[in-house]
Design a protein. Structure first.
Length: 318
């Protein structure tokens, strides 16, 4: 979105995003809403600066900018995940005002933008710059850098709220969810997910054997370590995870996020393994929830018609 177009989002006035009781001033250079001010820099309105506790994600998405984009990797992994998990019909989103919380490199931003919705997409860290650079050709997307626990947007505004891969990485997942629910219009649709907390042995739990160490390492050192050992280990890891019992036990010791069951090319498999293993081992916060707990959270927030189910990334709430 060019600076001169920043007052409107595909015809939607951006001043409508903010609380009605706040004085809002918008120019091509900044947004002022109440006592908040966001400068427009490199295609992003910034209500916060820096990376804070999410520096690992800024590093990750600047390193792996294009890997998860379907049109680049030749799969439909991102599209399949969003359609299967949200159960939204993408062809019915045109004109809807959607909030995407935690855009990362923008894999889902692109798919939502292609639907014709009006999309407000933000991230806590400067990872939003990657999404903006990858998706700046869409005139129906506005990019913000903001805190999910302190969003500048008004309540009861959005037709839909979308937040995947984020809640468990915040200081307070329940509060983050509650803030998202506030932004949703009555009768609107929300889709979120969170890592599962259970007592099952599974490969994704291998990270908890090592996070005590990896979260104390420098992120550059951790990434270098993964770039060294994963290409050497990947073939054996694939063999281990091709059999149920070795997969369950041996695969739950050495962390290696392995997507060999997908249609990704070999080079991409290695890149994804490094990327998502870093994603598992580097974040400051990793706060999963039990399925029953996630259901209680939604009901406490007044979402009685919520459907809680297992999904590719853990537990999904729709």
């Amino acid at each position: 979105m060019e600076a001169l177009d920043s007052l409107l989002l595909n015809g939607f006035p951006l001043n409508k995003l903010f609380p009605e009781d706040e004085t809002v001033s918008i120019s091509p250079d900044y947004i002022s809403a109440g006592d908040r001010k966001a400068y427009y820099e490199n295609g992003v309105f910034r209500f916060r600066n820096g990376d804070g506790y999410a520096g690992n994600f800024a590093k990750q998405w600047k390193k792996f900018q294009t890997e998860q984009y379907d049109h680049i990797n030749g799969t439909s992994l991102s599209r399949d995940r969003i359609t299967e998990a949200t159960e939204w019909n993408l062809s019915n989103l045109k004109g809807d005002l959607i909030l995407e919380a935690g855009c990362g490199a923008g894999r889902f931003t692109r798919i939502l933008a292609e639907s014709g919705c009006n999309l407000i997409s933000f991230d806590y860290s400067t990872a939003v710059d990657v999404s903006q650079s990858m998706n700046c050709n869409f005139k129906n997307v506005a990019f913000f850098q903001a805190d999910i626990l302190d969003m500048p947007f008004g309540d009861n505004i959005f037709d839909r709220v979308f937040c995947y891969g984020v809640l468990q990485h915040t200081p307070d997942p329940f509060r983050a969810l509650s803030e998202l629910v506030k932004k949703l219009k009555p009768g609107g649709y929300i889709s979120t997910d969170i890592y599962p907390r259970d007592f099952k042995i599974r490969p994704s739990k291998s990270k908890y054997l090592w996070r005590w160490l990896t979260t104390r390492m420098s992120q550059d050192r951790l990434l270098s370590l993964l770039e060294w050992y994963i290409p050497k280990w990947f073939s054996l890891d694939t063999k281990i995870k091709s059999h149920p019992i070795p997969r369950k036990y041996l695969g739950s010791i050495i962390p290696c996020w392995n997507y060999s069951e997908t249609k990704l090319k070999q080079h991409d498999l290695i890149r994804w393994a490094i990327m998502d293993t870093f994603d598992a081992l580097a974040p400051k916060y990793d706060k999963p929830a039990m399925k029953s707990q996630y259901l209680r959270w939604h009901k406490k927030l007044g979402l009685e018609a919520i459907n809680i189910k297992r999904g590719s990334n853990g537990i999904i709430g729709n």
